[in-house]
Design a protein around this ligand. Sequence first.
Ligand code: PMP
Length: 354
Amino acid sequence: MSRFFSSKYSSLIPYTPGEQPKDMEYVKLNTNESPYKPSENVYEAVKKEAEKLHLYSDPEAKIITEKIAKRYGVSPDMVLVTNGSDEVLNFAFMAYGDSQREMLFPEISYGFYTVFADLNVVKYRQVPLKNDFSIDVNDYIAKNTTIVIANPNAPTGLALSRNQIEEIVKSNPNNVVVIDEAYVDFGAESCVDLVHKYENLLVTMTFSKSRSMAGARIGFGIGSKAIINDLNTIKYSTNPYNVNRISQVAGACAIDDDKYYMDNCKKIMESREYTKIELEKMGFMVLNSSANFLFAKSDKISGEELYLKLKENGVLVRHFKAEKIKDFNRITIGTKEQMDIFLKKTKEILEAVK
Ligand code: PMP
């Protein structure tokens, strides 16, 4: 830290993204990216758009916003497109966080929530999960404060039903409830249609997982016009050209090619169930994931040792050091071939520690 750094950030602990080592070619199952490439149309559109890079991007991101609106059955003024869903989440913490009342989110969830809260001087309380790692809906009923829930949750992969989400949203009418649906396309129920019924609901989604575009950094929020208006106030006060030209066209094309991406999600879900069964055969305890990853632990080897041994063998998974989940690893679902390599290496490692 330099001596010039503002004291308001002196104790800020930044988010640690998953490692991206370059020392060798890994089977990369650590950052929940899609193993599938973007659709063909995206390449053509991106190439064409590159000729216009001397011009600013459309601050309203009109074309992609309209396509997202149509896809999700809302009007364009109920959509805000951002630079990854991390950005819309940060905007929500800025807009609805409070330094007096505690914002609520699960103790085990997306690690960026605490960082957004600290960055924006938002008071928060992390609510413990149940022993089976699921979220107890009762902990969020009538709390009279801003609530953030990832559904499916990360890194557990466990999802609440649309009805359970509705109970939470309905019981907190004077506060915003943010539902982070980054992984919803892998088998969970979306609550996005509830934005027509509840003006306090903000749903965030991303192109990084189900739409194979983590590198394009496209996310979006869907909510009532009033909520989107608030978030636009924050956007136009920080970075009006927040989504670059290339990403805007890439994202618009991806919405046109929806079937391609949703078919890929089905393949990923099939590989997920296959991998789960194979891990269970090896004695792993595997949570029931509705996301593009599995969260699994073995009583034969510690989470950290398995992670390190897999890395030595060219397979990257994600290990978290937090006490309550340190026995687990989060394994992104890749192609069937990648999962077979992961399973083979895991089997060999387990046999060697017997
Ligand atoms: N929410 C959750 C639960 C996530 O795991 C991630 C990805 N790390 C994000 C949001 C943000 O993803 P992106 O900024 O790539 O849209």
